[in-house]
Write a protein that binds this ligand. Structure first.
Ligand SMILES: NC(=O)C1=CN([C@@H]2O[C@H](COP(=O)(O)OP(=O)(O)OC[C@H]3O[C@@H](n4cnc5c(N)ncnc54)[C@H](O)[C@@H]3O)[C@@H](O)[C@H]2O)C=CC1
Ligand SMILES: O=C(O)[C@@H]1CCC=N1
Length: 263
C-alpha cells in the first residue's frame, strides 16, 4: 500500500496527521518516525497511525515523505535517508527558511521536492499551506499534492521566492492571532465576563471577520469602516489602537520573522 510518511512527529506533523485522519485519509496509510518514542505511542493511540523507529524505513516505505524536523536537523536527516529515497518519492520540505535548491544539493541527485509552508489550523481542516515545486514534479503530481493540502484547508501555489513571506504571514501568524484572542478575552474578563465565554466571543468574532474578508472580497478597510458607527464606541477603540501602534506592531513582527530567515 502506498503510504504518506512523517520524519519528525512534533507539533506541525501531528496537526497534519490529525487533520488528514479527520478528513478521511486512512490511518493505516500514515506512518511516522520521531526521536521520542513517547510521542509516537501517543500518535498511535490518538490517530491509529503506524509508527516506526527508523527514518530510513519512512524513506523506503512511503511515496510521500514529509521532512517535519526543525531546519537545523535537515542536513543530518537528509544524509541519513538520501540513499533510501525512491526516485518517484515526493519529498515535502516544511521547515521554515529551507529552500528547494539547497536541499536538492543535499540529496545530490534528481529528487522530487515540494516546498510547503503549512500552519497548525490544518488540524481542524482550516489550514493554509503555501506550495512550490521543483522541476522534476509532473503536473499530475502537483495536483495530487494540492489535493492533499486542500483536504485539510486551502493550498496556495506561489513562487518559491515568496515562501519566506508566506512562512511569516501564513505559518507563524496563527500564533499572533492566538495572542490577539487571548488579549481580547483578558479584557473581557477584566470587565467581569467568564473566561470561557470570553474566548468563544473573541474567537468567533475573529473567525467571522476572516470569513468576511475571504467571502465578500471587500477591502478590509471598508469592512472596518462598516463597524465604526459615527461618534460610536468602535472608532474610539480604532483610534486607541492607532495610538498604541497596532499596525506597526504587526509589521515589525513580520519584519523580525523575515530577519530571522536572513532577509
Ligand atoms: N509549528 C508550526 O506551526 C509550523 C512548523 N513548521 C515547520 O515544521 C517543522 C517542525 O516544527 P514543529 O513541529 O513546530 O517542531 P517540534 O519540535 O514540535 O517537532 C520536531 C520533531 O522532530 C523530532 N526529531 C528531531 N530530530 C529528529 C530526527 N533526527 N529524526 C526524527 N525525528 C526527529 C523531535 O523529537 C520533534 O518531535 C519545522 O521545520 C518548522 O519550521 C512549518 C510551519 C508551521
Ligand atoms: O516557528 C517556526 O519556526 C515555524 C515556521 C512557521 C511557523 N512555525
Amino acid at each position: 500500500m502506498k503510504k504518506i510518511g512523517f520524519i519528525g512527529s512534533g507539533n506541525m506533523a501531528e496537526a497534519i496527521i490529525g487533520g488528514m485522519v479527520k478528513a478521511g485519509h486512512l490511518p493505516e496509510q500514515i506512518v511516522a518516525s520521531n526521536r521520542s518514542w513517547d510521542k509516537l505511542q501517543l500518535l498511535e493511540e490518538t490517530y491509529g497511525i503506524q509508527t516506526v523507529e527508523s527514518n530510513q524505513d519512512i524513506a523506503t516505505l512511503c511515496e510521500i515523505v514529509f521532512l517535519s524536523v526543525t531546519p537545523d536537523k535537515y542536513p543530518a536527516v537528509i544524509e541519513e535517508i538520501r540513499d533510501s529515497i525512491q526516485d518517484e518519492t515526493l519529498i515535502i520540505l516544511i521547515a521554515g527558511g529551507q529552500g528547494i535548491a539547497e536541499n536538492e544539493a543535499r540529496f545530490g541527485r534528481k529528487v522530487k521536492l515540494v516546498k510547503a509552508m503549512p500552519n497548525t489550523p490544518v488540524l481542524v481542516g482550516e489550514g493554509l499551506t503555501s506550495l512550490s515545486f521543483n522541476s522534476f514534479i509532473s503536473e499530475e503530481e502537483k495536483q495530487r499534492v494540492v489535493e492533499l493540502f486542500n483536504s485539510i484547508g486551502k493550498a496556495e501555489v506561489i513562487e518559491e521566492k515568496l515562501m519566506d513571506t508566506a512562512s511569516a504571514v501564513g505559518g507563524s501568524s496563527p500564533a499572533f492571532m492566538y495572542m490577539y484572542i487571548e488579549a481580547l478575552a483578558d479584557a473581557a474578563v477584566l470587565y467581569g465576563m467568564p473566561r470561557e465565554k470570553a474566548y468563544n466571543i473573541a474567537a468567533q468574532a475573529a473567525l467571522g471577520a476572516a470569513k468576511m474578508v475571504l467571502e465578500t472580497g471587500e477591502h478590509p478597510a471598508k469592512l472596518k469602516d462598516e463597524v465604526c458607527s459615527p461618534n460610536g464606541t468602535t472608532i474610539q477603540s480604532v483610534a486607541s489602537l492607532e495610538t498604541s501602534g497596532f499596525r506597526d506592531a504587526i509589521i515589525q513582527a513580520v519584519r523580525s520573522n523575515m530577519e530571522k530567515m536572513g532577509h
